[in-house]
Design a protein around this ligand. Sequence first.
Ligand code: NAP
Ligand code: ZN
Length: 366
Amino acid sequence: MEFKFSMPTEIYFGKDAVLKNKEVFRAIGHKALIVTGKSSSKKNGSYDDVKKALSQTGVEYVLFDEVEENPSLETVERGSDIGKKNQVEFVIGIGGGSPMDAAKAIAVFIKNPDINKENIFSAGKLDSIPVLAVPTTSGTGSEVTPYSIVTSKQERTKKNLGQIIFPQVAFIDSKYTFNLPYDITVNTAIDAFTHLVEGYLNTNSTYMSDIYGEKGFELFRYCFEKLISKDLNQEFRNKVMLASVLGGIQIAQNGTSLPHGMGYPLTYFKGLPHGLANGVLTTEYLKSFKDQTKIKRMLNILGFSHLGELETVLNRLVGVKIDINPEEIKEYANSFVMNKDKLINHPEEVGLEDIVRIYSKSLLKN
Ligand code: NAP
Ligand code: ZN
């Protein structure tokens, strides 16, 4: 048995994680750039907790609260200009995956003043100033991954920045998600679930990463039931947050594969939220495996006797209808098969027809 496992992010998980560990901020630096979305962090208590922790420990801060969903490189440039002008020493990303990913990219741009939206993808490996992350959705796991997914308007797609930016510290407190609306709860939980699935059924999966995956499926056995019955109590919020962290830890090792790569155009061109874009493709992706051994093990842990039962749950939760035609599918499939990064993570041989079939069966149902 051989594997490499690396999780450099220091994780504080639990109630009041930010305030109980406030001295951590001071140890990182004297001045921070706080990066958030437009409004939710001001309503769910996360921004207040961070502000309190910073002022109680004498850390100055400036706020950039303009991150949109699926953050663009233009937004990253604007945020980094503010950080550079104010000579911040570190960045705190508070919110869902969008502000956390933007915070990571901003931290790279601040550290490297010559980097901009035109040259970032050809820049080679770059350092960043430290990033701290406070998730307020239970989905992306970005607080423990090295990825920063940005929207490139020039390339008309979403893509990974291509840098390794693990947050130095993650403060994870599910209380920020207590009032997350049902639809965002579902979308983001499905994202976490697909991280667990794609990390588990991955060329790079190891004994060690499987432990995280299987623990995540065990949590989802409970979480799916609660999502279906809309009984989103605090135990659910805690468990789905933990499952999301486990999913993040797993894709930090293994990467994602087909549904994530295939889902990006559904978000970019059709406006489908990230989690749903992956979720809508998941059943057909699972059916496409010739070797179903690991899928059976996963279904067993999830409490399902066959794939059809998972399909029913996903259909009830995802249930998206998008206006798409076979030509568009061919276009997305053609561009996806060029994305070797995702294809090499898939443990079986797949070609253009397989990708077209997964898209078509998932999206042209009705
Ligand atoms: P998001 O795009 O960050 O946020 C979606 C919506 O949820 C926003 O309207 C946001 O409002 C709101 N929201 C966030 N927290 C809330 C709360 N506690 N209560 C009420 N509303 C809240 O959603 P996300 O699904 O977490 O992130 C998706 C992004 O992450 C995508 O760009 C995806 O590609 C990326 N991603 C990254 C990784 C990674 O490893 N880096 C992995 C998977 C996905 P505000 O705008 O007002 O905050
Ligand atoms: Zn994802």
